[in-house]
Ligand binder design. Sequence first.
Ligand SMILES: *[C@@H]1O[C@H](CO)[C@@H](O)[C@H](O)[C@H]1NC(C)=O
Ligand SMILES: *[C@@H]1O[C@H](CO)[C@@H](O)[C@H](O)[C@H]1NC(C)=O
Ligand SMILES: *[C@@H]1O[C@H](CO)[C@@H](O)[C@H](O)[C@H]1NC(C)=O
Ligand SMILES: *[C@@H]1O[C@H](CO)[C@@H](O)[C@H](O)[C@H]1NC(C)=O
Ligand SMILES: *[C@@H]1O[C@H](CO)[C@@H](O)[C@H](O)[C@H]1NC(C)=O
Ligand SMILES: *[C@@H]1O[C@H](CO)[C@@H](O)[C@H](O)[C@H]1NC(C)=O
Ligand SMILES: *[C@@H]1O[C@H](CO)[C@@H](O)[C@H](O)[C@H]1NC(C)=O
Ligand SMILES: *[C@@H]1O[C@H](CO)[C@@H](O)[C@H](O)[C@H]1NC(C)=O
Length: 524
Amino acid sequence: MHLLSSSAEYFVWYIVSLFIFFKCLCKNGFVVAVSVGIILFGIIVVIFFMSWVKLVINHEVTLREGSQVTEWWAKPPVVPMIKVYIYNVTNADEFLNNGTKPIVDELGPYVYVQKWEKKNLTFNSNGTVTFLPEKIYHFDESLSAGSEDDVVVVPNIPMLSATSQSKHAARFLRLAMASIMDILKIKPFVEVSVGQLLWGYEDPLLKLAKDVVPKEQKLPYEEFGLMYNKNATTRDTITLFTGADDITMHGLIDTFNGMHKLPHYTEERCNDITASDGSIFPPHLTKNSTIHIFDKDLCRKLPLVFEKEVIGSNDVPAYRYTPPKNVFASVEENPDNMCFCPQGPPCAPSGFFNVSLCQYDSPILLSFPHFYLANDSYRTAVEGISPPDEEKHKFFIDVQPLMGTSMRAKARIQINLAVSQVVDIKQVATFPDIIFPIMWFEEGLDGLPEEMTGLMKLGISVPPVAHAALSGILLAVGAILLIVAIWRLVRGANRLSSLQLAPGHVGQSTNKNKDNGLGGMPKY
Ligand SMILES: *[C@@H]1O[C@H](CO)[C@@H](O)[C@H](O)[C@H]1NC(C)=O
Ligand SMILES: *[C@@H]1O[C@H](CO)[C@@H](O)[C@H](O)[C@H]1NC(C)=O
Ligand SMILES: *[C@@H]1O[C@H](CO)[C@@H](O)[C@H](O)[C@H]1NC(C)=O
Ligand SMILES: *[C@@H]1O[C@H](CO)[C@@H](O)[C@H](O)[C@H]1NC(C)=O
Ligand SMILES: *[C@@H]1O[C@H](CO)[C@@H](O)[C@H](O)[C@H]1NC(C)=O
Ligand SMILES: *[C@@H]1O[C@H](CO)[C@@H](O)[C@H](O)[C@H]1NC(C)=O
Ligand SMILES: *[C@@H]1O[C@H](CO)[C@@H](O)[C@H](O)[C@H]1NC(C)=O
Ligand SMILES: *[C@@H]1O[C@H](CO)[C@@H](O)[C@H](O)[C@H]1NC(C)=O
């Protein structure tokens, strides 16, 4: 709007000056031409400056071999942290024997400081870059509310996964399972340390499965841990668009482990993984933009929509994006989610996302912490979980909209186990149908270092100022020159008319005018 009205104004200027230009070219031509030229250039600056800035930003954010931006992207100079909260079950025996509500005690945070690095960067000729992402986790006892050696009691996920899955199998299989579990002394709750629960402990069932199950159905590990094999491993290969060919694809995943899409769901749109990994997004985001992030363990790409404007580190403005409230809504409430439920109905209830297809068929449901956005009955089925608090439990990411750089993020997810009661297996016969919360975590980035925000600030604040200054100066100089030229012209014309009686002086007089015009120029 502003641009339009100001360009209209300048257009009038342009017409006026053009008119004067033609009228007086013959008399005071050079100064008029120069001033009109300057005004024209000013108009061009007014109209096109922001597009040039856009082009410069596009050029700067594009990932290129050896550039500073690429270095920051590959080895972010940031300190991301993951805070883990574990639901310690304090009445496991009563729950199993007397059918009382499970009581949990939320322990944590257990804080791990992360170091991110993208290894083996290879720039491809088709505007993509291939790399191996690596995250290294270091436990930070001083920030944590406990030690990694804290002993916790949690549901036995491998066992309850196996029993829940056997629900529809033949009865004799369930009985066989029961006796194997008897022999191996497997119980529905395990007592492990926090470190073991996260990073892995040997599980007798997985070990057995590894030995007896045919090779092609084999689980890859004999250890179980919620973050097993995530420390310092670079097993995934990601190819993403650098933005060199198409800036609107900048930072979006092209292939994940060689795949352009997920194999799990019934529709393209659910299988699609054209999303950011959370660190960089296409530049020039608007409040209308829906951004997406993909994470392997999320088993889908997660949409995020604009929530509000925020101020990031070092006063750099950012937009906060958060998943829409119906992102995990049931298919009744949000039919778009139907394709995430390939074997349904029944499908996951509102507030949950079924990731069993990405978790070797374990009945794992993801939700937001404290069952935020789910029916409160799931939270109150367990004692000891406080009501969800949007500020503490929602998932969000703050992105600098011009450049598409993440400035702050809190990726918060809760892991739940959907247990199905199986009466034939005596160990779990009294374990009712329940969505049992196991833990939740917050993977967060609190801000960017000064070296990055300083440059971003410059990139945001300089162009508008330069725009205003440059166009202002050009138009002012042009206008002043024009006025001077016209003034001289008018004076010259007056003198001309007064000299009309002495025709011999006409040529001299115009020449003098021209000289004055030229001589006057450096003044301005
Ligand atoms: C977890 O709960 C168990 C009882 O079920 C208790 O023995 C243990 O000390 C608790 N762990 C922590 C760290 O509080
Ligand atoms: C609950 O079970 C325990 C044994 O685990 C038993 O001692 C206790 O009496 C039972 N309580 C009730 C209320 O039934
Ligand atoms: C990554 O690069 C290192 C050395 O540059 C090499 O040893 C390693 O095999 C590469 N990894 C992959 C998966 O290509
Ligand atoms: C770009 O090239 C890489 C490596 O050759 C390949 O993995 C990827 O599929 C290609 N992507 C597109 C969109 O052509
Ligand atoms: C992760 O690996 C690094 C070394 O690769 C090690 O120093 C660190 O202790 C490990 N972290 C955890 C939580 O095991
Ligand atoms: C944003 O979306 C609204 C409603 O969908 C639409 O009216 C508006 O024009 C859009 N604005 C931009 C800048 O695309
Ligand atoms: C989760 O998905 C799996 C595989 O599609 C399905 O068998 C299971 O019933 C689903 N669980 C829930 C609670 O929807
Ligand atoms: C929550 O679940 C209960 C019972 O499962 C149901 O009666 C109630 O209507 C649900 N509430 C909402 C807001 O959906």
